[in-house]
Structure formats: C-alpha cells, structure tokens
Design a protein around this ligand. Structure first.
Ligand SMILES: NC(=O)c1ccc[n+]([C@@H]2O[C@H](COP(=O)([O-])OP(=O)(O)OC[C@H]3O[C@@H](n4cnc5c(N)ncnc54)[C@H](O)[C@@H]3O)[C@@H](O)[C@H]2O)c1
Ligand SMILES: C[C@@H](O)[C@H](N)C(=O)O
Length: 374
C-alpha cells in the first residue's frame, strides 16, 4: 500500500508543472487508498469538473443563510442561471429564499452528506461561507473550533477529492496586534488573538497547502467588515456598522459597542460580492497568490455617525463599550493594503463612505432592502 502511495506521489511531483486538474485526480486517488482520516472510497473514479465547466459551473454555497450568502446566490444566479447555484445551511430558509432557487440542508460537519450533495448535484465550484464569527466565537470556542476548523477540513477534502474550485473567505480578523495595522499588507506577521482569527489563518494556510500539494483550485479573499441593508450580521465585531443604519432610520438613537475612535476597514456588500465573483472567474494564471486582501474604506464610529448625520441630523449616538469586541477591534487592521488584488485580477471598489451611507439609507428608507431580498 505504501509503495502505491509513494508511486502516486512521484507521479504527482512529475506532474507539478501541469494544470491542477491532472494532479487533483492523482491526489484524490492517492488519498483514496491512504490511511487518511477520510475514506475516499471513490478511488480511481473521481471527477474533475472545475477545469472544464467554468462557463456554466454548478455552485454550492455553504452557510448560505448568513449575512452574505443570499446576496451572493442572487448575483451568481444572474450570472450562471438560477438552477446552477444551490444555497445550503443548517437553518430553515425564509419563504422568499426557499422559493427563489435551489435550497438544501447541508451540515458541513457531516462529511458523507457533503460528499453526497457534491456528487448528486454535479457541483464544480464550492463557496464556503459557513463560519462562527469573531464575537460569537469568543463566547463559544468549541463551536468555533468545530465549525471553522473541522468544517474547513471537510470542505478542503471534498473539494480535493472531486476536483472543485473552492472559495473560502478570510477576514481582517486573520491579523492581530503584532501585524502592521495601517495599512496591513498581504504578507506580514499574523498572530490573531481570537479563535475566529486563528481558524481563518489556518484556513488560508491549509487552502494554500492543498493548492501546492494537491493542485486544489483554492481561492481566498480577506474581507473587511461587510455592510448590508437586506441581511443582518451574524455576531461579529463590525456589526455596529450595520446596526447603526437601522437604528438611525427607526428610532434616531444608537448605542454603539465600540469606542468612537475605533478605526476598521469596511466594505459595502455589493463590492464584496462582486470581488468574490471576480476572483472565482479569474484565470488561474493571473493569480500570483491564492489569498488576497481587498480594501474599500476605513472609518471610525465617529466618522460614520457624522456622515449619517449629514442626512439624518437628529441621530444621537451613545457609547456603551463591549470590552470583548473592543479588545478584538484594537488588534485588527485599520486599513488593508490591496495593491496585489488590483494588479493581478483588476479589483476596484465602487463604494466609499459617502456612497455607502447614501445607499444604505435609501434602501432602508424605501424598503428596497425587503424588495431586494425577494
Ligand atoms: N460578514 C462579514 O463582515 C464578514 C467579514 C469577513 C469575512 N466574512 C466571512 O464570510 C463568510 C460569510 O459570513 P456571514 O457574515 O454571512 O456569516 P454569518 O455568521 O452571517 O453566517 C454563517 C452561516 O453559517 C451557518 N452555519 C453554522 N454552522 C454550520 C454548519 N455546521 N454547517 C453549515 N452551516 C453552518 C449559519 O447557520 C449561518 O447561516 C464567513 O466565512 C465569514 O467568516 C464575513
Ligand atoms: C470582520 C468579520 O470577519 C466579521 N464581520 C466579524 O466582525 O467577525
């Protein structure tokens, strides 16, 4: 058995300069007969779809009912067709999501169920959105470890076994207090102090390792805090920057859980989702790296309040600082340096602070956020 594995490893090494597809099959085969913790029983029969199906990929989104998944499904369905994008989660979808395109139950901790979904639906691209975010992660470390690390292992193994293109978002939270913070370059010290950040550095490194070792088509963006009108944030440190808009419109008062001078990188959801589509579609030979920073704007609660007050002058913001979130934010970048993304695959943000505020308030005021969700 070891001899066969060694022979296959040699073949993979010799195939090193070929495109990933061929190496993916060899590695899947090697893993199928190795003593790996996963049982790759489809030895010799794995399919590599992503290399040929880039025009009409069949896409699975995990953790799709969070802040970002429904919006991404909408964008990808417009691009690739409604039935080619499957949303999944462990929660029951609201009616408008259920009726707007394919939705299935998928628990990323259930390896066999994941494999079945990938096989039965002929999946070629996987967008892995399931995660436990920074603040929730600090209050439930074992859940964060399970979902963000064990779940990620399942995703990478399934993607390798079936030759998928896989997108895994990372975050500004993958940096820590010893990283350069203004701006934070793509490559620098990464010593985060949250389980969320540690799990995301792990995801970046594991994805890149699988790319180099097995030819996995791994793609990763470090998202800033994402701001959206039609979906709620899932328990992170940047949540205030979404909540303030709803409070401003509904009550005119907002209690902020970060200090007024806490500067963090932020991005409007449309920019984030477009960046995701762009890196998914980028030709592999343009990607000098597999993990990129992307940046749009950077502001403090004070800056954001002032900008909103230009439209809603009566908005009152008080501060009741959450020490857990504040400590997290103080170790995160203030701005990301993203010249590599701009150079390699043409990343360009469209929304600055002023555009963001106008768009968010218009959407919330006119109820467009509900219409958009439908
Ligand atoms: N929203 C942001 O500001 C932001 C910023 C940086 C990175 N990201 C990353 O983008 C991705 C999506 O973020 P989001 O804001 O939509 O997250 P979210 O917390 O809103 O949603 C995560 C989803 O994962 C699901 N989930 C949890 N456990 C699961 C399991 N075992 N199996 C399947 N699904 C499970 C949850 O039900 C939830 O719907 C995450 O990986 C996150 O780390 C988000
Ligand atoms: C920044 C991001 O990863 C998420 N919104 C969080 O605050 O945890």
């Amino acid at each position: 058995m070891m001899l066969v594995v060694r022979l296959l490893r040699g073949a993979v090494k010799r195939a090193g300069s070929r495109p990933p597809c061929s190496t993916e099959r060899l590695i899947s085969a090697a893993r199928g007969i190795s003593s790996s913790s996963q049982d790759f029983s489809a030895f010799g029969r794995t399919q590599s779809a992503s290399c040929t199906d880039t025009d009409r990929p069949k896409i699975l989104i995990t953790g799709g009912l969070g802040q970002l998944g429904v919006g991404l499904a909408k964008l990808l369905r417009r691009r690739f067709g409604k039935d080619n994008v499957i949303l999944s989660d462990i929660r029951k979808p609201p009616n408008h999501v259920y009726h707007n395109g394919p939705f299935i139950f998928s628990d990323i901790l259930d390896y066999k169920n994941l494999r079945e979904i990938v096989v039965n639906n002929n999946i070629s691209w996987l967008v892995h959105y399931s995660a436990v975010l920074s603040a929730v992660g600090e209050s439930n470390v074992s859940l964060a470890k399970e979902v963000n690390i064990t779940g990620l292992h399942n995703i990478l193994d399934i993607a390798t076994e079936h030759g998928l293109r896989v997108f895994v978002p990372s975050t500004i939270g993958a940096f820590g207090p010893s990283s350069p913070r203004d701006p934070t370059p793509d490559l620098c010290v990464q010593r985060p102090r949250t389980i969320y950040g540690v799990s995301k550095v792990h995801a970046e490194l594991m994805g890149e390792y699988y790319h180099h070792r097995y030819g996995l088509d791994f793609r990763c963006l470090r998202y800033p805090g994402i701001i959206s009108a039609d979906s709620q944030p899932g328990g992170g440190t940047t949540d205030y920057a979404v909540q303030i808009f709803h409070a401003a419109v509904k009550t005119g008062h907002f209690e902020c859980n970060l200090r007024s001078d806490t500067r963090l990188p932020m991005m409007y959801i449309d920019d984030c989702l477009r960046a995701t589509l762009e890196i998914l579609e980028a030709p592999a030979d343009t990607l000098a790296s597999r993990t990129y920073n992307i940046h749009a704007m950077s502001f403090t609660p004070h800056d954001l309040t002032q900008e909103i007050q230009k439209v809603l002058p009566d908005l009152k913001v008080t501060y009741n600082v959450d020490p857990v979130r504040q400590a997290i934010a103080e170790g995160w970048p203030m701005a990301l340096e993203d010249s590599a993304a701009r150079r390699d695959w043409g990343w360009k943000h469209e929304y600055d602070l002023q555009e963001l505020v106008q768009t968010m308030l218009t959407q919330i005021n006119t109820g467009n956020h509900l219409a958009q969700a439908n």
